[in-house]
Design a protein around this ligand. Structure first.
Ligand code: MN
Length: 353
């Protein structure tokens, strides 16, 4: 076997001797031989390929622990890991992109030039479904706040109602210009603390929370978990939330196809929720409201059993939020009603007064 000194190996793989010594200590790339007297490191020519892979993975920004894992795998499995790593990065970047957009929107908000004043017409309803012994969902709608929460664990019902209850101060709060960030921060903190109190330190008790706060011309979205928000605009249904589930992250990472996901044994296993465990940060977004928009918030008791195409049809043909909510819940129960089902529907309308 041809052995290279660390200097020669360093030149050949374009990694500095300092980096090579670090990789040795981190067990990413051990020298083939270390001279027992001098401590000099020697590398085999065959190790160049691995050294280059380590260098490229470092350039990708992959953490050392993951690089070690990738390097120990055969090529096909290593490729899968790199793809999954990158999907996670893109997902995290997307969340940060939304936050950046939210801040840009917030800071560039101009008073509406058109004279139309907008308001919400809304309806909220929660149903136990046909299988579960109790309802752990909470649904709420008011003039400024729309919310759905899906509790889990022994105190799930308390957790979901505590989360929504903690947001209700938003109903009474006048919205001074430029205070949206304060209010959202307060809302997120309030809901997080309320759920933590209920859970009493147990991370098996928690809740999803998907809420829209009306600001007069926009809706601020707060979202964590797998309840969903949809917007029906010009006949098209747009989902404006991303499920924080293990299954969704596996789809994002290319480990599971959407078809395989439909038969996954634990489709509702959450990646993020409000719970007694590690605090998690909800996604935030701002949406411009247009007259004619119809928003739907729902728990997975609806989205898990009624396909999007059917939701679109029922939502776009119902004359009022009230009929929409009733029709959707009936549809979920007709499909077996395996879970608690909650729906909030709100129409953006021009103020008539
Ligand atoms: Mn549920």
């Amino acid at each position: 076997m041809e052995l290279l000194t660390i200097g020669a190996f360093s030149k050949a793989c374009r990694l500095s001797p300092k980096a090579l010594r670090l990789y040795d200590e981190l067990e990413l790339l051990r020298p083939t031989r270390v001279d027992p007297d001098t401590g000099y490191r020697y590398y085999a020519v065959e190790q160049l390929e691995r050294a280059r892979l380590v260098a490229w993975l470092r350039r990708l920004g992959m953490p050392l622990a993951s690089i070690r894992q990738v390097c120990a795998l055969p090529p096909a499995a290593a490729a899968r890991e790199i793809r999954a790593y990158w999907a996670r990065i893109e997902r995290e970047t997307a969340v940060r992109r939304d936050l950046a957009e939210f801040l840009v929107d917030h800071l560039t908000a101009e008073p509406r030039k058109d004279t139309a004043m907008l308001e919400l017409r809304y309806c909220a309803r929660s149903d136990t479904g046909r299988v579960r012994p109790a309802n752990q969902d909470t649904a709420y709608a008011g003039t400024r706040l729309l919310a759905v929460a899906d509790g889990c664990g022994p105190a799930g019902a308390l957790a979901s109602s505590a989360a929504v209850e903690a947001l209700k101060f938003l109903e009474n709060e006048e919205l001074p210009a430029g205070s949206v960030l304060n209010l959202l921060e307060e809302a997120v903190r309030g809901a997080t603390e309320a759920v933590r109190d209920v859970a009493g330190g147990s991370d098996t008790v928690g809740t999803t929370l998907t809420a829209l706060l009306w600001t007069g011309s926009r809706l601020a979205l707060v979202h964590i978990g797998d309840s969903r928000a949809y917007l029906l605009r010009d006949g098209g249904l747009f989902r404006i939330t991303h499920d924080h589930t293990v299954v969704q992250s596996m789809i994002d990472e290319g480990r599971l196809t959407p078809e395989e996901a439909t038969t996954h044994p634990h489709p509702a296993l959450l990646l993020k929720a409000l719970s007694g465990g590690t605090p998690a940060i909800p996604d935030l977004k701002l949406h411009d409201a247009l007259p004619g928009d119809r928003y739907l918030l729902c728990s997975d008791g609806l989205s898990g059993v009624v396909p999007d195409a059917r939701i679109t049809h029922l939502l776009s043909t119902a004359p009022t939020p009230d009929t929409a909510v009733h029709t959707l819940i009936t549809e979920a129960n007709t499909a077996g009603g395996p879970d608690n089902v909650s729906c909030v529907v709100a129409d953006v309308v021009e103020t008539t007064a």
